[in-house]
Ligand binder design. Structure first.
Ligand code: FES
Length: 199
């Protein structure tokens, strides 16, 4: 609307009314924001996080947040799974013998409930940096032609395979952590809670 022809008194009234509208909007939003807070707090405290994995393609990695930490969900290809049976000579703990680093159902070669899906906390077990993805095997990784695919921590050079198992002779003392999780369906995972009731 053109301001020409609006007298000063009417203009003041219009401004006052629009100000009230803005204040009204703030009050209207406040209960909504407050009602979201318990859920945000619950999430930070460790509430389970449900993830749709239906769009994750083979070879792709999805990152979600749980308890303020990055959690990776990697859909492994048949080649990636094959590499897990061939790279044990590089590994410090190929059998995942440190019990705290995974639930019992992930204490296996693939460190998972279903071999195709790896679920890992993406935090280096040395001093807590976030390792970089080096999923592709071989020289393209920049880590040598015998690199089996996995993760490389840029802080002090720790390496992990495609099951999060730590290499020998690196600073990280243990395999990456597998969090408690369960499949709600073929396409949905709950991170932070499992069928054994662990959280
Ligand atoms: S924090 Fe990863 S190697 Fe030191």
């Amino acid at each position: 609307m053109s301001e020409e022809g609006v007298n000063p008194q009417r203009r003041r009234l219009l401004l006052a009314t629009s100000g009230l509208g803005a204040v009204g909007t703030v009050f209207a939003l406040t209960p909504f924001v407050l009602s979201m807070m318990p859920s945000a707090r619950a999430k930070a405290a460790g509430a389970p996080v449900e993830v749709d994995i239906s769009k994750v393609e083979p070879g792709q990695l999805l990152t979600v947040e749980w308890r303020g930490k990055p959690v990776w969900i990697l859909r492994r290809t048949p080649e990636m799974l094959k590499a897990l049976t061939e790279d044990e000579k590089f590994l410090a703990d190929p059998k995942s013998s440190v019990a705290e680093q995974q639930p019992t159902y992930a204490q296996n070669t693939t460190r998972s409930l279903k071999p195709e899906f790896l679920v890992l906390v993406g935090i280096c077990t040395h001093l807590g940096c976030s390792p970089a993805q080096r999923l592709v095997a071989g020289t393209a990784s920049g880590l040598g032609d015998d690199w089996p695919g996995g993760f490389f921590c840029p802080c002090h050079g720790s390496k992990f395979d495609l099951a999060g198992r730590v290499f020998k002779n690196v600073p990280a003392p243990t395999n990456l952590q597998v969090p408690p999780y369960s499949f709600i369906s073929d396409t949905r995972i709950a991170i932070g809670v499992d069928k054994q009731g662990a959280a």
